[in-house]
Write a protein that binds this ligand. Sequence first.
Ligand code: DAH
Length: 332
Amino acid sequence: MIDDIRRIAADASDRIAAAATLDELGGLDRELLGKTSELSGFKRRMGELDHEGKREVGSALNAAQESLRFAVASRRDQLAAVARREQAEAERLDLTEVRAGRDAGHLHLVTQAIEELEDVFVGLGFTVAEGPEVEDDWHNFTALNFGQYHPARDMQDTFFVGLGGPREVVMRTHTSPVQIRVMESQKPPIYSVMPGRVYRNEATDATHLAVFHQLECLVVDRGITFGHLAGTIDMFTKAYFGPGWTSRLRPSYFPFTEPSAEFDLQRPDGSWLELGGCGMVHPNVLANCGIDPEEFSGFAFGFGLDRLAATKHGVTDLRELASTDVRFLEQF
Ligand code: DAH
């Protein structure tokens, strides 16, 4: 009897290991271990045996059933893991999927503009710097020579952040605070461009966005003149738009430059695009950053990247730049 039990158990164990699905395994479990199984039949026949025989057969039967229950449980774990893996694979979403005949996607046209301009300036030996979008009053205004009650603070409609004291923390209204951060952290000579996102509390229309992008340029060195400023603006204009474009400066006012100017770009057809502000870095600004204005001079300019990119690509409504419509985005 004991030999029979061992043989049956060995066969059963092979069949369990070979079960290919959870359903098949469930069937085997009932067939091999249930009340009507071959092994259970031995229990009924044990009545015929003497005391010693009952003990030996009983223990062989228990051992066989125990090892088969264990074999069923471990095969069930294996098959469940396979089933889970197959389900995960079947439900997998390929987020990098490429639609037939199309590119997988590309950079936004404002990002493209930033990268093209960075290439132009890096080619001239400039570095690229970045600063935080949430700024303190010192970097966004005070260090840039905006007096505490200076009306120029109102030129820029500011989003204030509810941190610190009243009006102490702002969403930066321009990239000029990055000039301050660069001058605070490194000594001249400084040749740096600073692209980034800026915020203004104003109504959005075709030519104004409340969240937009600027590129700031700062040069501080010995003997820097207004000529270097005008030449640099004209150079990047031609590099970005092409040789048919030129630029001009018009007198203006900014607290952080003296003298100050606004600059416009002239299209090949003779029409003008008002782009940004510029000037010679104000001596107070250099001094605020620990740079001796007697020894060093500098120029700076800043302009809207969204307007620049929109002009290049013939986009007439700046609000389109915030669009998520792929029919718009795919064009660039
Ligand atoms: N930050 C100014 C603005 O957003 C633009 C500007 C003017 C930047 C003069 C400059 C500058 O660097 O020198 O209106």
